[in-house]
Design a protein. Structure first.
Length: 79
């Protein structure tokens, strides 16, 4: 078999860029999921129930505040 000339040795790759990209992906997924949940909740309560605009806005703001409180990065937390 012919040798491949890449010089790659299994297990000896610098993964710092991959770790940074993964952290960005996780943050985007986390905050994006919260945003989608709040928007769906507000729209559902506003348009699909007799609660109206304020009936959709108030629970959505509460869910948003709870989500921000629970999903924020904790200092010293190991991920």
């Amino acid at each position: 078999m012919a040798e491949h000339g890449s010089g790659y040795v299994h297990g000896h790759m610098d993964v710092h860029q991959n770790e940074g990209a993964y952290a960005v992906f996780l943050n985007m997924a986390k905050w994006g999921s919260l945003a989608v949940a709040v928007i769906v909740l507000a729209a559902t309560l506003w348009f699909c129930t007799p609660a109206g605009f304020l009936g959709g806005l108030i629970p959505s703001v509460v869910v948003l505040a709870l989500g921000i409180f629970l999903l924020r990065s904790k200092p010293g937390a190991a991920h």
